[in-house]
Write a protein that binds this ligand. Structure first.
Ligand code: ADP
Ligand code: MG
Length: 461
């Protein structure tokens, strides 16, 4: 595929995602100059256009390019006056083709073969072999989704169409969907299962439009027995793709073929999707996957540790389940880092080494406490009102808790002394005094120590 062909495909994708206006006003001003497998140089006529494009569209351009060529990793924009551009003949060298991935599908040689639906029967090509039902740990937050997925996978007659799984990032939507594909493949290998991301669907569609191939595109998508589209939210705001998807959807449902969808939110909550499509998508069974609970995280970590063949102490599993986010992908990533580290240096995994290795991650996940929360909790703890803490009242039963709240604000937040003072209607010298007082008292006063510990614990939760 030549540079110009690639650029053309990138523009078509960007037209769909950013609109015709942006394409004509800005992107058409760009001229691809040269590229290798993973980087490209683009010419832009003026400094202003260059800045504007870099500021507003560089990320979109790169990600569209990565859809066309997954290896593309950097783009360089250069201001090149027209004269210069004419001299620099656009290079037409063919690109090194990657073994698989979308580039192959775009190559003109494949054009006559229709879309790359040729690999439809071979579902396993884009399925992850680890994403099976056996490897899926079931708990309260996902048991319903699991049951629904299993049922769709094991029933020949259609009981709900579509099955629509939704939930936040890293909660197992893709895993469950692919597990269905694997199970169907195992139980009824004659059924044609097609799994792809909504992004890829759009890409295929745009490509079919470009090559005037929509007929074979439609034939292909409408001839499968089970269609699985992952991350449907991707087509939000993409009109033409939605339209095509709507027709594909209807055609398959009419033929009694199973459709399975995933997205980051329920059909009604998807923004930028036409109402008629939303209605259709919510027509079958809509199932939530909820954020993981501590118990589920424990189960997942135990299972993953076993799969990695690693000896991970209970305390470490417990620590990870408590401190890493609800996102299973992050949980798994953290565990993998800890295991890899211990294997590398040949020492057993301990709580200390875990905390050390995950320092950066733990910092980011830690909840940020605000001064308002501190005031609220302190007031509750001492049976006061937040207004008392901010008031001018001087009696000990109010002044002491006020000092405690100021002290905790300093210890638990990154706010400056004047900022803290402001929240209590005081100046920073009062805050300094409060901190000093509490620090001194803590050396001797057991009750105060206990109060502070309790407050810290509730606040850091
Ligand atoms: P999503 O598609 O919802 O963003 P994924 O399906 O990609 O999430 O899951 C992210 C990672 O977490 C994958 O490696 C997946 O195997 C793993 N995972 C998620 N939920 C579970 C679970 N219940 N049991 C085992 N692994 C899980
Ligand atoms: Mg996913």
């Amino acid at each position: 595929m030549t540079l110009l062909e690639q650029w053309d495909a990138v523009c078509t994708l960007l037209e769909e995602s950013l609109g015709e206006n942006v394409l004509n006003r800005w992107l058409k001003k760009i001229e691809p100059h040269e590229a290798d497998a993973c980087s490209a140089v683009l010419f832009v006529p003026t400094r202003f256009i260059n800045e504007w494009i870099q500021k507003n569209y560089a990320d979109d351009i790169l990600s569209a390019w990565q859809t066309v060529n997954p290896d593309m990793s950097s783009l360089e924009f250069k201001v090149a006056p027209v004269r210069l551009k004419q001299e620099a003949a656009v290079k037409e060298e063919p690109f090194p083709q990657s073994e698989n991935g979308p580039m192959r599908n775009l190559s003109p040689a494949n054009e006559t073969a229709g879309t790359d639906l040729s690999d439809t029967n071979e579902v396993s090509t884009n399925l992850d072999p680890r994403y099976t039902f056996d490897n899926f740990v079931v708990g309260k937050p996902n048991e319903f989704a699991y049951a629904a997925a299993l049922r769709v996978a094991e029933m020949k007659e259609i009981s709900f169409n579509p099955l629509y799984l939704h939930g936040g990032v890293g909660l197992g939507k893709t895993h469950l969907m692919q597990a269905i594909a694997w199970r169907i493949k195992e139980l009824s290998p004659e059924r044609k299962v097609l799994y792809l991301s909504a992004e890829k669907f759009m890409y295929q569609f745009v490509k079919a439009l470009r090559y005037d191939n929509t007929v074979s595109f439609r034939d292909m998508f409408r001839s499968v027995d089970v269609l699985m589209i992952d991350d449907v939210q991707f087509i939000c705001g993409k009109k033409a793709t939605q339209e095509e998807f709507f027709h594909t959807f209807n055609s398959l449902v009419d033929q009694g073929k199973q459709i399975i969808l995933t997205a980051d939110s329920s059909p009604v909550d998807l923004k930028g999707i036409e109402d008629r499509l939303k209605t259709r998508m919510g027509y079958g069974l809509v199932v939530d996957i909820y954020p993981t609970t501590y118990e589920l995280r424990l189960g997942i970590l135990q299972s993953k540790a076993q799969m990695m063949g690693a000896e991970v102490p209970e305390t470490v599993i417990d620590f990870l389940a408590h401190h890493i986010s609800t996102n299973v992908r992050e949980l798994e990533g953290a565990l993998r880092r800890v295991v890899a580290h211990s294997q590398l240096i040949g020492l057993p995994i301990t709580l200390e080494s875990t905390q050390d290795i995950l320092k950066d991650l733990l910092g980011a996940c830690e909840r940020k406490v605000t001064i308002e929360e501190i005031q609220k909790k302190v007031a509750e703890h001492y049976n006061l009102k937040v207004a008392d803490l901010k008031s001018a009242k001087k009696e000990r039963k109010i002044a002491r808790p006020r000092q405690v709240a100021m002290y905790l604000s300093k210890v638990l937040t990154t706010k400056s002394l004047p900022e803290i003072g402001l929240k209590f209607d005081r100046d920073h010298t009062t805050v300094i005094h409060a901190i000093k007082t509490i620090e001194d008292l803590l050396k001797t006063d057991a009750n105060l120590n206990e109060d502070i510990n309790i407050l810290k614990r509730t606040l850091e939760n």
